[in-house]
Design a protein around this ligand. Structure first.
Ligand code: AMP
Ligand code: GLY
Length: 421
């Protein structure tokens, strides 16, 4: 099989690393990829949103399977574009634009959850036409107040505010273009207090298999302080998830979600990422994503023992019902090494040294670029250092000692991944 992965982060490197190990893999391409994916297959210099050129490339190179990593091309309709004309024989891991609204529109996701009775925070959808209802709803809620831009806003569209006056002002700003088109609609939510974790399913739109679960660490600073990032580290499995919580997740969230996807006849072959929170032992949905997480993928994929391409084949042929997901019982941890200044301004083009010598961890590249024989930083999140071990604390310690041996000017990483467990 010839495979094209779309994306350039640690998630895509982990997918490429795993796919390249499959006997079903003939040629593997990654667009645009990074220095790490270049070790697993051939990088192709096409932007993730350049759907025309991705189609063209796929035809010319007889791609059989398209695996879409990030949400933006899915929300833009890459799957729908490939489903028509001379690319329609190409199988796709990634939902249609309509189905991707589960991530691309918070209001769409909330309506879906309400319709299928999936536990989530109380909410109200507000536009400029019903702003007074928004103000009234905020008054009824207890602080903190949660305001969400309906559309994709590069991970910045959620505001959590302690003060009612500030919440009203921000609601107004959002509806008047604070996040552009993304916040023309705002979802106001009840604040949920609890501990967050992430669950992942691969679905063919009717059945599903569950992947290992994970917990990520989103804040830049130790002790979960400071600005939000794409993710500074992750752990899998999640020690506090016991059999009872897991059963509730499957029964009250995963099953009704997949049933809803089927009932709505969504064209959905791909991953569902359930961003969950346990509120006093009761799981609730914070958000859906229509793809895998980053850096969650860097701990999930190394724990999957099954052939991922076989699972993708089962998914695209609608045979997931009987598929088996074999999982390594060991824990995986990943520590994300980032550029100094991230998630604010940072420099690129810093020489990276020492990563090739690491043997006791897997190094998944995010923002990296190979020039000549050298590898340079090329983004905020640079390298994910993943370790498997029977004890997640040991796994974190090994990742940290290896991160210490890798050098680039301005490197930063959190030393406390898993600290709260
Ligand atoms: P989202 O983009 O919807 O995942 O929101 C980003 C982050 O905001 C989540 O990971 C949570 O930490 C927080 N958050 C979102 N919605 C709520 C809520 N209703 N209650 C508490 N925290 C929330
Ligand atoms: N790590 C969170 C995400 O991928 O959305």
């Amino acid at each position: 099989m010839n495979i094209l992965i779309v994306g350039s982060g640690g998630r895509e490197h982990a997918l490429a690393w795993k796919i390249a190990q499959s006997d079903h893999c003939k040629n593997l391409y990654i667009a645009p990829g990074n220095a790490g994916t270049g070790l697993c297959g051939t990088n192709v210099d096409i932007d993730i949103l350049d759907i025309g050129n991705l189609r063209q490339f796929s035809l010319e190179n007889r791609v059989d399977l398209l695996v879409v990593g990030p949400e933006a091309p899915l929300v833009e309709g890459i799957t729908d574009s490939f489903r028509i004309g001379d690319t329609k024989h190409i199988n796709i891991i990634g939902p249609s634009a309509y189905a991707a609204q589960l991530e691309g529109s918070k209001a769409f996701a909330k309506k879906f959850m309400q319709k299928y009775d999936i536990p989530t925070a109380a909410y109200l959808e507000i536009s400029r036409d019903n702003i007074s209802s928004g103000i009234k709803f905020l008054e009824e809620l207890k602080p903190p107040y949660v305001l969400k831009a309906d559309g994709l806003a590069a991970g910045k569209g959620v505001l959590i505010l302690d003060d009612l006056t500030e919440a009203n002002a921000q609601l107004n700003d959002m509806l008047n273009g604070k996040f552009g088109k993304a916040s023309e609609i705002v979802v106001i939510e009840e604040f949920l207090s609890g501990i967050e974790f992430s669950v992942f399913a691969l679905t063919d739109g009717k059945s599903y298999v569950l992947l290992p679960e994970a917990k990520d660490y989103k804040r830049i600073g130790e002790g979960d302080t400071g600005l939000n990032t794409g993710g500074m580290g992750a752990i899998s499995p999640v020690p506090f998830i016991d059999d009872l919580l897991w059963k509730k997740v499957v029964q009250s969230i995963v099953e009704p979600t997949i049933k809803g996807i089927a009932a709505e006849k969504m064209d959905y072959t791909g991953f569902v990422f359930f961003g969950l929170i346990s509120v006093g032992g009761e799981p609730m949905v914070i958000e859906y994503n229509c793809r895998l997480g980053d850096p969650e993928t860097e701990v999930i994929i190394p724990r999957i023992k099954s052939d991922l391409l076989q699972l993708f084949r089962d998914a695209v042929s609608g045979n997931l019902k009987d598929a088996k997901m074999e999982v390594d019982s060991r824990s995986a941890s990943t520590v994300m090494m980032v550029s100094g200044g991230y998630p604010g301004d940072f420099d690129k083009g810093k020489l990276i040294n020492g990563s090739e010598k690491i043997k006791s961890s897997l190094i998944f590249h995010g923002g990296t670029k190979k020039t000549g024989k050298e590898i340079y930083t090329n983004g905020g999140r640079v390298l994910a250092v993943t370790t498997l071990n029977d004890d997640y604390r040991k796994a974190v310690r090994i990742s940290l000692s290896n991160a210490d041996k890798i050098h680039f000017e301005g490197k930063y990483y959190r030393h406390d991944i898993g600290f709260d467990l």
